[in-house]
Design a protein around this ligand. Structure first.
Ligand code: PLP
Length: 388
């Protein structure tokens, strides 16, 4: 009954673990979940107010498929102000979350057999969507010895005549790694003279703690032309449930193609969300973002310190996002069993590294209170010592 295409798709492992943890919690079990990919903060009031005002003003109807002009303008201004990128309204489309941006982008650009280079560990959704669109995933493995970043040489080795796209995530989910300007420049050198597109997922841009964030498209004119910038407000402004993301590209034909797909599938994104997103982009929520960032830094520093004190574990301090990618290679090379047993015996939910394409790690989200983090790591320590 089902298509081959849908059968290639796996369930999101992060959502699966979070759902299982919620179910166990609902059964009354003492569960601490570090699996969720969403901030534990509330959406800022200024954003809620904008949505309420939109509803009360009767902005409850269909809008332009690619977003209301005021929102697209806010996106363009944000990209100019924060990233030094100049996009016109016809180079921007607003989507139902960045996941939808990626789905539309891959659908519009990947043909059967096209190769898409994805550095591992990767966010779980990329390879699934690439496969769904008929593409072939070409992984480049990285590990903690290189800060989980690919080198120019690795990229060079992965390119074939069939390479259509490189997917970059900066800051990364699950590692928090951020590509510096120099590192991006080295990758850009390799791409020069090719037709390879770059999808740059910058979802965690505002959650940069160390170093400076640089947009991939800002590296050079050549990179501006080949890079499709994907971003949104889910993580930086705690708007996961509102469903807002955007795509910006030099190629207006590409934006037009994704608009066509969107017009025949979802139409415009939720109208109230469009009004609510404007203060999320124009600086009105900057105070809230700064508060969340300060809190994330505190949690990150505490969690990194505590994990590195556990005999058998090690972790790099992430430069951004709200995840730790913890190395368990000394104690296990089967992250799926490790995570299952940890959940069953200690009630601690983490996501196995294998789901992100890297065995021997787990992802620990620190988007939860510091007391929970301390207790979670205490239980993980207990679990590890019992394993030995
Ligand atoms: N990109 C990355 C790297 C993510 O981690 C996520 C969410 O987990 C998304 C995109 C999707 O975000 P959205 O909620 O806007 O669809």
């Amino acid at each position: 009954m089902l298509t081959n295409r849908i059968n290639t798709l796996s369930e999101s492992i992060t959502i699966a673990v979070s759902t299982l943890a919620q179910e166990l919690k609902a059964q009354g079990k003492d569960i601490l979940s570090f699996s969720a990919g969403e901030p534990d903060f509330d959406t800022p009031q200024v954003i809620k107010d904008a949505a309420i005002s939109a509803i009360n003003s009767g902005f409850t109807k269909y809008t332009a498929v690619d977003g209301i002009p005021a929102l697209k303008e806010a996106v363009a201004k944000k990209l100019k102000r924060d990233n030094g990128l100049e996009y016109a309204p016809n180079q921007i489309i607003v989507n139902n979350g960045a996941k939808h941006s990626l789905f539309n982008l891959f659908s519009a650009t990947i043909d059967n057999g096209d190769e898409v280079i994805i550095p591992a560990p990767y966010w779980v959704t990329y390879p699934e969507l690439v496969k769904y669109c008929g593409g072939k995933v070409v992984e480049i493995q990285t590990d903690d010895t290189t800060g989980f970043k690919i080198t120019a040489q690795q990229l060079k080795n992965a390119i074939t005549p069939k390479t259509k796209m490189l997917v970059l995530t900066t800051p990364s989910n699950p590692t928090g790694a951020i590509y510096s300007k120099e590192e991006l420049t080295a990758l850009a050198e390799v791409l020069k003279g090719t037709d390879i597109l770059v999808a740059s997922d910058e979802m965690y841009e505002k959650l940069t703690y160390e170093g400076e964030f640089t947009s991939t498209a800002a590296i050079s004119d050549d990179m501006f032309k080949r890079t499709v910038t994907i971003n949104g407000l889910s993580k930086s402004v705690a708007m996961t449930g509102w469903r807002f993301g955007y795509t910006a590209a030099y190629d207006t034909e590409l934006i037009k193609a994704t608009k066509k797909l969107q017009s025949q599938s979802t139409s415009n994104i939720n109208t109230m969300t469009q009004y609510a997103a404007i203060p999320g982009l124009d600086g009105s929520a900057d105070k809230d973002i700064a508060m969340m960032k300060t809190e994330f830094i505190k949690r990150r520093d505490e969690a990194v310190k505590l994990f590195n004190e556990v005999d058998g574990l090690s972790v790099l301090k992430p430069d951004g996002a709200f995840y730790l990618f913890v190395n368990i290679k000394e104690v296990s090379n089967d992250s799926l069993s490790f995570a299952k047993e940890l959940l069953e015996s200690k009630g601690v939910a983490v996501v196995p590294g294998v789901g992100f394409g890297s065995e021997g790690y787990f992802r620990f989200s620190f988007a939860t209170g510091i007391a929970t983090i301390r207790e979670g790591i205490r239980r993980i320590d207990e679990f590890i010592q019992e394993l030995k």
